[in-house]
Structures are given as C-alpha cells and as structure tokens.
Design a protein around this ligand. Sequence first.
Ligand SMILES: [Zn+2]
Ligand SMILES: [Zn+2]
Length: 435
Amino acid sequence: MSEFSKELDVEQKRIKGENIRINYSDKKFYECFFNEYHFAENSAQRLSRDAEFVYVQHKKKLRAMEIEMAESVSPMPLSEVSGSSFSDEKYVRKRLTQPFYRRVKFRKKSGKSFERRQSIFTDANVIYPRANSIADNEKFPCPNCGKTAGLKQLEQGCEACGEETYITGLFPKVKGFFYRKNNSISIRDIGKTLLVCCIIGMIMGIPFGISEFIKNVSGRFTQNTFSDAVASAFTAPLEWIMIGVVAAVLVLLVRLIYDNIKNTSLIFETNEAKKKIVQTVTEQEKTFCFDDFEAKVISLLKLVIFTNEDEREQLVCCQLKNPVRKFEIADCLYMGYMKLADIHTDYNLCSISLDIYTEDICVKEKKFYVKNNVFRITVEKRLSEMNDTGFELCNSTCPLCYEHFNSLENPHCTFCDAEYNPIENDWVVTDVKMK
Ligand SMILES: [Zn+2]
Ligand SMILES: [Zn+2]
C-alpha cells in the first residue's frame, strides 16, 4: 500500500468510523431482523419506534391515496452482509448493508396497477450499549406497548401490559432503516440488454435470410441448391444475432461510461457533504455519527412526504417554517446521493441544508410513473457535548417534570402539559422543497 493510499484509508476511517469485518453474530442479527421486518405480521420489534413510525405513516398515506402495495425482497445471490462500526463511551453503532432485489407492486382502487423491479441496498443502523453502560433505573419504552419504564421495572414486568423485557430484548436495536438504490449495472441488466439486442438482431436478419433463400431457390432447382438455400437463409439471421451481441456490448459500455460520468460528480458531492458535516458537527458534538445522521435525514424527509399538512403540525420533529405542499408520491427510494447546500452554527444551533436525490413512484390521477426528484431539506439541532446517542422521540424526557413520554405525536408532556421541543435532543426538519 502506498503512502498516499494509506493516508486516504485513514481519512476514510475518520469519516466513516472504524471499518470492521462483520462477524457471525452481526450477520445473524441482520438476517433475523430482516426476516422479522418483512415476514412478520407487525413490523419488527427490533425496529425502534421512531424508525417504525415512518413506515406506519407510509402505510397510512397509501391507504389515504387508496393504493394497495405488495413488496417482495430477496438477497442478491452470493451477496454478503457488510458493514462499518462507530462507537462512543456508551453505545456501539453499526451500519449493516446487503444488496437486495426488490419487486414492488402498486394498485390503485380505481385504476391501473404498476410494478417496479429494482436493485437496492438495505441499510440498517444498529445500536447496542457497551457492557455495563446502562443503569438499572434508565428508562426505555416497553417493546410490547411503548410505555416507558426503568430497566428494572421492565424486567419485573411492564406496568401497562405485564410483558417482561430484559436488556437482551431491548438491544441490539435498529435505529434507522432505509433502502438505497444500487446504482451499478446488475447481471439482470446485462442479461436483458443482451436478450433485447439479440432479438432485434434476429428480426433484422430475417428479411435478409428470406431474400437470400428466394435468390437461391429461384436459381436452378436441384436438391443441392435447395439445402444450400435453407442454409443461407439461416446464416443471415445468425450473423445478425452476432451483430446484436456486439451491439449489446457496445450499449453496455456506453451506459457504463455515461453512468460513471453522471455519478462521479454526485459521489464527489456526497463525500464532500459527509466530510464537511462531520467536521462541523464534531467540533461541538463528539458522539456525532454520520450514518445515524443520514438515516435520520432520510426518515425526516419521508415523514414530510408521507404526511399531510394538518398531520405535520402534530409532529414535534416537523417544525416547518414555510408551508410544504402535499406530495403525490407512493414510494420514495433514496439514491445514496446528497449535496450540501448550506451548513452553519449559530452559537450551538446547527442548521444543515441538503439536496437529497431520490427515485420516486409518483401518482397522477389514475397513473403511476417513476421520477427522479431532488429535495432540499433543512434540519436543525442544538449541538451538545452531553448528547445522548440512544435518544428516541418515543422516549423523550420532559424538561419541566423529568417524566418520560412519547413525543412522536404529542408536542406536550403527557404528565404536566409542558411544551416539548426536541431540537435540544435530536434533528428536527424545518424546511422541505422539491427542486
Ligand atoms: Zn408494556
Ligand atoms: Zn412534564
């Protein structure tokens, strides 16, 4: 390894946290979570309530739009779970990723159905505490009913539902979960291009074959020339199939170069954004983890897309300064690209504006169509050295009476009615615009 590549490697680790090989238990956990998430009646208990909320809102939005959705996801053959890890004094955080093949189908009650097949990555941000870092009286939401209680109380049985929960039932927890578009050309794409080019080649070869056949047959009619004519009739389409193969290779090559040019600047912008955000935020918040931030921003964006104006007012994490219109979007896929538009900190209030690139399934009257969108989203948070990485909105602490309550849908403390502003603990969305 050269000096330069070593330097790059160090830089990369600094940005992304510490890269490690994913061990057997991480892999098992990821698979177990993924099965639970996709194949259980309810969404996975391992998914934190904050992350789950986005999926609940998505389902609600589809129902309101009178759209039914069915989804199937299967891991790419021979693909492995990969990941990176990042830790602070209290928690270990991991990003686990695997490429998947996704088939999603939508049907409007009074209209057409729409199917989309895509190659994606599934990113799960996992969090678990370091050994002995959780005190007995620390409060968590009951995984069964959501009522917050001290760890000791949960072990003895939740006051509301009676369910006994141990620390192994609370962690590891998926704090953020999202799909990300796989932008590389897949084997399926290659196969499809080859097939299409070959079929076009064959169709183009048929007239040549027929004309060749007629030319030969209309000559002297002997047994010999007839079989010659048949042979020459088949040679032309075969030759054209070969031309089709060559054309397919050329098409793929051009696409590869085109994608490369198109994506290179976006990859560059994304890395620049990462670098700048990490640099600025860690100045005041040592426990900042970019993977968590990215998942949070995607969640907040989806939350705004999937909720209507009147509902947004009820969400403490949506403190929109400008009116945001209703989006007729049935599905939103993060492309993995972002561009930093602005970042500034006033004292310790940090405001970040990002352009997020998505591939969306939009609905217009009865029709579905795919569109690439760019959303400019602004998020804010008061940075603090004492930041709690395990914080969840469903387990907020009231600043007045110190009771724990679920602030996901309730902007007031359920015990003393004090107004609650999560900006002190978590990222809050203050603006969203479709560019
Ligand atoms: Zn309970
Ligand atoms: Zn209170």
